[in-house]
Structure formats: C-alpha cells, structure tokens
Design a protein around this ligand. Structure first.
Ligand code: URA
Length: 276
C-alpha cells in the first residue's frame, strides 16, 4: 500500500487492522467516514515527517564499575555472529533476573533481516516459550508488522532490551538493564539493520540512552549512532503493543508510526510482502 497514492485505501486498511485486533472501531469510523474527498483530506493531513533523519547519538555511557557489565561487554564483543551472541547471552550469569526466569529470551525471526525490532522484557508467556513477543502482545505486533509487509520468517528480527522475565513483570532495575545492554548494542552492531524499530518508552530510552517521553521520540526519523557502530542506523520509535492493548484510543498514533515505517522502508528499498 502506498499511502501517498491511495490515502483512502490506507484509511480502510487501518480500520480493518484495528477491527481484526479486536478494537471497538466506532470512534475511528467517525473520523474516517465521509465523502471520498474528506477521506483523502483526512489521511493526507496525517503528518509524515521530512525525509532527513535527525541524528540521535546515544551519549557515551558513564563508566560503570561493575564486574557483570564488564563481563557482558567482553562476551558481547567476542561474538561475531547473531548465533554466537545468542550463545553468549545464554552463558551469561551476570543479570540477576536469570535466577528466577524459566528461559532465556533472546530473539526470534530472520537473523539477516533488514529490520531489527527491539522491545522491553519478556512476560510470562515469553518466559515459558523462550521467544519474544508471543501471546496477545505478540499477536498484535505481528498484525501491525504484517500491515507493512514485515514478518518474522523473512524480514524482521525481534529482540528485547532484557533477556529474562522480571518476577511479577516488575520494571527491570537500572542494574539489570545495564547488565543486558552490551548484548543489545552488539546485536545492533552485528546486524546493522536498514531500520531499527524501538517499541515503547523503555526500549527507546535504554537503547538511545535517554530519559524522554515516548511521544517526544516517536513519529520522527532518527539516525542512531554510537561508538563501535560502523554506520549510523536509521531508527524509529513506535508505541508498544502492550500499551495499545491497554489504551486502544491511541490507535491513530500507532497507525501513523506504521505509515512512517512503511514510507521509510520503501525509500530504503527493503523487500516486503504485499500488504494483507
Ligand atoms: N514481550 C516481549 O518480548 N517484549 C516486550 O517488550 C513485551 C512483551
């Protein structure tokens, strides 16, 4: 789907997407219903930000004197493939969360994918299956990605900033986050994705090393750089599927995020399945 050439089609696809996700569409129908001209106007006004990505450099980390973090850095640096990195994460004992988790949840999807998506932390179902984004959040994420021709089998690799489930789904502590971060950064460096998608505030702030509201970061083309990365990486922040399940009224923002990702992927020439 090309939103610039078929705005009404984009609006219809949006409605179908949210209806299929089980969301009450009454409010959205009211926004998008109307004459074809009004529909076109509505979608054309949706802001697709300019083409020049804004550089966003993850600040040089404060040197944390910590044996687990040093160990994570050494293990991550020694991994030269995604498979080696997965094995390194599985071997690593420096994050206290590992003691209470059932499984290590590293990544799922195509290891040479042009798109790398990073979420926050495994929940109960992910912990049980050892795979990121399963259950209701995973189903919604897969539907969202399918709308822009992305799927785990062919063109997306999905991972998290934390590899073990925090007990009771509490927020990870800064120490737990820092213990996993060298692996997250190594995954980005090894895959050098054409597009890095960060879902939700926690993932965005961890990877970009910021403390911003998600709405300050999403909806913008970012160019992520930091020491040790060969090239700057195109990056986008999107709303998290768990948040959208809790706050379905934010669906229009999520759709805007997807349209921006789609437009950028088209410009980057990333091969995708025809949209469903
Ligand atoms: N499941 C994940 O794997 N990551 C999240 O961020 C949320 C749920």
């Amino acid at each position: 789907m090309d939103v610039n050439h078929d705005p009404a089609g984009a609006a219809r696809a949006l409605l179908a997407f949210w209806r299929a996700a089980g969301v009450d569409m009454d409010e959205a129908e009211a926004v998008y219903a109307g004459t074809p001209k009004a529909q076109a106007g509505t979608t054309a006004r949706a802001p697709l930000p300019g083409r020049e990505p804004a550089p966003i450099t993850a600040p040089r980390p404060k040197k944390v004197a910590s044996a687990p973090v040093d160990n994570a850095r050494a293990l991550a640096a020694a991994a030269n493939t995604v498979a080696e990195l997965r094995a390194a994460v599985e071997r690593y004992d420096g994050c206290a969360l590992k003691a209470t988790a059932r499984n290590t949840v590293f990544a799922d999807g195509h290891e040479d994918a042009p798109v790398l998506l990073i979420g926050e932390a495994p929940d109960k179902e992910e912990d049980e299956q050892g795979k990121p984004f399963v259950g209701a959040r995973g189903a919604l994420l897969d539907r969202m990605l399918a709308q822009i021709g992305l799927d785990r089998q062919s063109n997306v690799l999905i991972s998290n900033t934390i590899y073990w489930r925090p007990p009771g789904n509490r927020d990870p502590t800064p120490g737990e986050t820092l213990a996993c971060l060298p692996f997250v950064e190594r995954l980005i460096a090894l895959t050098q994705p054409k597009l890095l998608i960060l879902t939700g505030k926690a993932a965005a702030n961890t990877v970009l090393r910021r403390e911003d509201a998600v709405n300050k970061l999403r909806g913008r083309r970012l160019l992520y750089t930091r020491d040790g990365l060969d090239l700057p990486v195109n990056a986008l922040v999107m709303l998290h599927p768990a948040y959208l399940l809790r706050q379905p009224q934010q669906k229009r923002l999520a759709w805007t995020d997807l349209l921006l990702a789609e437009a950028w992927l088209s410009e980057l020439g990333v091969a995708r399945a025809p949209h469903v």
